[in-house]
Design a protein around this ligand. Structure first.
Ligand SMILES: Nc1ncnc2c1ncn2[C@@H]1O[C@H](COP(=O)(O)OP(=O)(O)OP(=O)(O)O)[C@@H](O)[C@H]1O
Ligand SMILES: [Mg+2]
Length: 250
């Protein structure tokens, strides 16, 4: 079982889009995949077509000890793809956890019965206790980086946080890779930014880049992954290629 945290504390860089579509692609290649929605915005949950209003068990109830792992996981309607959904009250869990002993390992302990080939954790845009729980639970991290002028901003702090977890609570944690998102090949800035990110992260930058593609942006409004929305789109092909790289980097 591989547990991958999808994390960048910067907002709107493509974490959720990557989690959903990488997860869907891995599931399509026959892997049993669980997406854990660890963001109170619950975008992965709604993006996969789940109605927040009728969710009983969630990452909130799991982390607060009110539901078990097995009763919190739900089917997505896509073969091999499951989700542990989020609800907005997950924001409260972050506060409640502060007072809990071993508050950084609550998620890890809560999912110890999980049997999946891949678990992908969609993190909130912060380095708070929820993201720390993801880093303690995961064996590797994927960092989506949006191809824009300020792309590198915040990555120093993110790498320091990863190193802090490595030297303490999770020595096995690895950087799996950096994925460039919303790449516009007609824009010279895009290739400059990619070159700059490669200077810092070298071979950690995935060869697959995710283009800016309207199909990727539309899909969640239909509660669909890009593969159901338009499987021939550039976005779908890019995430299929990323999934291959992720499987090979195992
Ligand atoms: N490759 C892409 N092409 C076009 N639009 C994209 C692409 N990737 C993401 N988007 C859109 O950009 C917005 C931000 O993407 P997403 O929600 O995946 O980012 P995020 O990092 O999860 O955001 P947050 O930090 O708020 O959780 C969304 O509206 C999404 O549909
Ligand atoms: Mg998100």
């Amino acid at each position: 079982m591989r547990v991958i945290a999808v994390l960048n504390q910067k907002g709107g860089v493509g974490k959720t889009t990557t989690t959903i579509n990488l997860g869907a692609s891995l599931a399509k290649s026959g892997r049993k995949v669980l997406i854990i929605d660890l963001d109170p915005q619950a975008n992965a949950t709604s993006g996969l077509g789940l109605d927040k209003a009728i969710i009983n068990n969630s990452t909130y109830t799991l982390l607060s000890g009110k539901s078990s792992f097995n009763t919190s996981v739900v089917e997505t309607g896509i073969d091999n793809l499951f989700i542990l959904p989020a609800v907005p009250s997950l924001a409260a869990a972050e506060q409640e956890l502060v007072g809990v002993l071993s508050r950084e390992t609550v998620l890890k302990n809560a999912i110890n019965q999980a049997k999946f080939d891949y678990i992908l954790i969609d993190c909130p845009p912060s380095l708070g206790l929820l993201s720390i729980n993801a880093l303690v639970t995961a064996d590797s991290v994927i960092i989506p980086v949006q191809t824009e002028f300020y792309a590198l901003e915040g990555l120093g702090l993110l790498m320091q946080t990863i190193q802090r977890i490595q030297s303490g609570l999770n020595p096995d944690l690895k950087l799996l890779g950096v994925v460039m998102t919303m790449v516009d090949s007609r824009n010279a800035l895009s290739s400059q930014v990619i070159a700059e990110v490669k200077k810092h992260f070298n071979e950690y930058v995935f060869n697959s880049v995710i283009p800016r593609n309207v199909r990727l942006a539309e899909a969640p409004s239909f509660g669909k992954t890009v593969f159901e929305h338009d499987k021939w789109s550039k976005g779908a092909r890019a995430y299929k290629s990323l999934a291959k790289e992720v499987m090979n980097r195992g």
